[in-house]
Design a protein around this ligand. Sequence first.
Ligand code: HEC
Ligand code: HEC
Ligand code: HEC
Ligand code: HEC
Ligand code: HEC
Length: 256
Amino acid sequence: MARLFSPVANTIARASLVAAVALPVGAIVMGSVVSRSPANTNVGVAFEQPVPFSHAHHSIELGIDCRYCHTSVTKSSSAGIPSTETCMSCHSQIWTDSPLLEPVRQSWAEGKPIRFASTGEVGWNRVAKVPEFVYFNHSIHIARGIQCNECHGNIQEQHMTAKGKPFFMKWCLDCHRKPEKALYVDEQQPDLTPQEKVFAFYRKIQEGAKLSARELALKKGRDYQPSTEELRKGQELVQQLNIKVKTLADCYICHR
Ligand code: HEC
Ligand code: HEC
Ligand code: HEC
Ligand code: HEC
Ligand code: HEC
């Protein structure tokens, strides 16, 4: 797999590191002390939304793949939020009178997409977010087989979406220093690519297939302590996938 960023880009990133990292420090250190308290991380708190969209209904009961709605998750840095047309592909025929779907019908009629809410506009309230000065990229994590639930918790069981993990820097770094903890092969389907494995996981849940101890923890959004044997296999995957553990915790990876 081609690297996402050229060495030149990395050099530039390294050069601009002082600016990228030092600048925000003063501005946010005060704020971050306050926002670190558990009460402010919002983990596990269901957000109010203009339409009570349920991942439990849509992704497990109906079996709709994450990629049907979050179309860019394997291709770009952001996962993307579904267009009104995506909802209407079904809801122009089912639940057409539901008052809960009124904002969707209105958006369709007016040709105004439902985006993430900004002030004064009807939109989805943002659940999972890192500060502007942090660079994140979905596609590379999915390509390496990191499960959505590793970072978003038990999303497929939720009726109203809640944040799964606090997204502290330390949390990102814990995995970047030891990615072998999170890398695994589905022993029942060893031929899947790491990316295919990410989505096959939800099909297994939907079909009620037997899950390994790790998969059960992922399903529930719980932390998992891999065995020595699992860590050894994780190490093998680190090698095979050519993951550059030496540089993965460097500042410029996430602060560009
Ligand atoms: C039928 C469409 C649909 C499917 C399928 C779907 N989602 Fe979503 N997802 C949405 C919508 C709409 C929102 C915004 C409303 C909300 O937060 O519940 C959303 C929000 C999210 C968010 C929170 C984003 C934020 O920052 O506010 C995450 C994380 C997420 N989805 C992950 C997943 C995962 C993982 C899957 C597959 C298991 C999945 N979604 C399947 C439609 C979908
Ligand atoms: C593949 C078809 C399909 C797509 C796409 C789809 N839905 Fe649904 N949706 C359904 C079905 C079927 C139900 C009924 C589920 C049930 O009650 O078990 C439903 C139920 C709902 C409900 C509950 C309605 C009520 O009155 O209880 C809401 C709200 C909803 N969907 C919102 C959305 C939104 C928002 C989108 C787009 C992001 C979306 N749906 C995309 C099929 C779909
Ligand atoms: C390595 C951790 C990680 C994994 C794995 C991950 N996400 Fe995310 N996700 C994040 C972070 C961090 C954000 C906030 C990004 C930001 O603020 O720019 C986010 C934001 C989102 C959002 C809202 C904003 C957007 O458009 O990106 C959606 C939707 C989402 N994720 C869906 C998914 C789905 C679906 C999967 C699995 C296919 C997935 N995520 C896997 C960490 C992760
Ligand atoms: C569960 C493990 C895990 C977590 C949690 C995680 N990452 Fe990663 N991240 C990885 C792996 C594995 C790679 C792939 C590295 C590679 O292929 O060389 C990666 C790659 C990246 C890259 C691309 C690196 C490059 O080579 O350019 C960025 C940026 C990144 N992560 C940011 C974040 C941020 C920000 C967070 C926290 C919000 C986060 N990650 C959380 C495992 C994780
Ligand atoms: C794997 C991704 C990742 C790497 C690597 C990383 N950071 Fe961060 N950093 C984050 C995230 C996410 C936040 C925002 C959440 C938080 O404040 O904990 C953050 C926040 C910060 C802040 C804001 C203040 C604070 O503590 O909240 C500073 C300063 C910072 N990082 C400096 C650094 C420096 C210096 C390095 C290199 C030694 C570094 N970061 C490496 C992800 C990363």
